[in-house]
Design a protein around this ligand. Structure first.
Ligand code: AMP
Ligand code: ZN
Length: 134
């Protein structure tokens, strides 16, 4: 997609610091890192969110995430990782080209976990909600 900043990175119109690359995806250092080694992994085709992606794109993207993690481990040896993505504008996605954030974590780094993203469970019970899925 012409105006997409991550498509421009893939086309090498914008420079990046590569962490890992294969036929299907590219992993590079986030330009505004939240922690040392903050890496983003993107598919080489323009897809905005998981809902619009085909199975092969997701499979190869997650395989790329694993390879990028292996590379970051080799270089920085963190103790753990927070891995995830902002899927959709209301969830905080700023760049509309799906990308997985890899955040290296160290013992005592003071960061949060998935549960710190939101804590608004609402008044519908889990049992009530479950009935909607059957
Ligand atoms: P999100 O808020 O999930 O859409 O994340 C977008 C991420 O892309 C942010 O963490 C930005 O710092 C990062 N980013 C934006 N432009 C660039 C760039 N040119 N090179 C590397 N990372 C970028
Ligand atoms: Zn794109």
């Amino acid at each position: 997609m012409e105006s997409c900043i991550f498509c421009k990175i893939i086309k090498k119109d914008i420079p990046h610091f590569s962490v890992y690359e294969d036929e299907y995806c590219l992993a590079f250092l986030d330009i505004y890192p939240r922690v040392k080694g903050h890496t983003v992994v993107i598919p080489k085709i323009h897809v905005e969110t998981i809902e619009g992606a085909d199975a092969q794109t997701i499979t190869t993207l997650f395989s790329g995430v694993q390879s990028a993690v292996q590379k970051v481990t080799e270089v920085l040896q963190p103790d753990a990782y927070s891995i995830g993505w902002n899927n959709g504008e209301e969830a905080g996605q700023a760049v509309p080209h799906i990308h997985v954030h890899i955040l290296p974590r160290w013992k005592g780094d003071g960061g949060g976990n998935m549960h710190t993203i939101i804590n608004k469970p609402g008044s519908t019970s889990v049992k009530e909600l479950a009935s909607l899925f059957t």
